[in-house]
Design a protein around this ligand. Structure first.
Ligand SMILES: NC(=O)c1ccc[n+]([C@@H]2O[C@H](COP(=O)([O-])OP(=O)(O)OC[C@H]3O[C@@H](n4cnc5c(N)ncnc54)[C@H](OP(=O)(O)O)[C@@H]3O)[C@@H](O)[C@H]2O)c1
Length: 225
């Protein structure tokens, strides 16, 4: 498959890139700093440089032309970058619409199903996958601490829902740098019951796996061990 990977220098993005190359896909990596790509990878991918804080539609369209699928691990590196996920994804969606690329897989976060957004002002109070501890203790604490980045992710999900594209949103709990196992639980439209963590490598694994699973189109998917 021809894949265009955004944020291929990030924790999840780098895993998506490496696993996609290992699986024999034809990869275009869109990054803001190509020097951050490992030397051995640079020769194996087409590289497009783009800062999604100041998106250049022509550069994004050139990165997308002819692609079958877009994968994005975009996220803020620091507080000053909160807002980048919705802004960047909006630019990616517009470039996809211009180039008639239909499929996109992105990373969101476990609590977002219960975070209000302009498109979903009254989400359910609790995620059906969350148990007592998550509902009453962990989720409220984390949502209070991460209000702004979560509002950004919720807005990104709005943008995808309204895009007319074939999107899949992966919602992980706490990310780790643990190994690729390929063995994890998933749940459509809700979080995984009792699932507190997942490695970035396994999130990337699911993001590539869903490309073979048309039933994942227009779905949010919880993932955890
Ligand atoms: N941390 C958690 O436990 C957790 C849990 C659930 C969900 N999440 C979500 O998962 C996301 C991805 O996680 P991660 O660990 O892979 O994140 P990460 O390592 O911080 O990677 C973020 C990626 O976004 C890129 N990026 C940021 N601003 C950009 C811009 N203006 N233009 C182009 N690229 C830009 C970064 O590029 P550079 O390499 O150039 O900086 C990097 O490639 C998080 O941001 C968060 O929304 C996180």
């Amino acid at each position: 498959m021809k894949l265009t990977i955004f944020a291929a220098t990030g924790g999840i993005g780098r895993q998506v890139l490496e696993q996609a190359l290992a699986a024999g896909h034809d990869v275009t990596a869109v990054v803001r700093n190509p020097k951050k790509l490992p030397g051995e990878v640079r020769g194996q991918v087409r590289i497009v440089t783009a800062d999604l804080a100041d998106p250049d539609p022509a550069a994004l369209e050139s990165a997308l032309r002819g692609a079958d699928t877009v994968l994005s691990g975009l996220g803020p590196r620091r507080k000053a970058e909160y807002g980048i996920v919705s802004k960047g994804t909006r630019a990616i969606v517009q470039a996809m619409q211009a180039t008639e690329v239909r499929r996109i897989v992105v990373v969101s976060a476990g609590p977002i199903g219960t975070v209000p957004s302009p498109g979903r002002p009254k989400p359910p109070k609790n995620d059906p996958g969350d148990g007592f501890f998550m509902r009453n203790l962990l989720s409220p604490l984390v949502k209070a601490a991460l209000r702004k980045p979560y509002a950004d992710l919720a807005l990104m999900e709005d943008i995808l829902r309204d895009s007319g594209l074939e999107w899949t949103v992966v919602r992980p709990p706490r990310l780790t740098n643990g190994p690729l196992t390929g063995t994890y639980r998933t749940a459509y439209g809700r979080n995984v019951r009792g699932g507190l963590r997942i490695s970035r490598a396994d999130v990337a694994h699911l993001m590539l796996r869903v490309l073979e699973q048309p039933e994942t189109i227009k779905q949010t998917i919880g993932i955890a061990y």
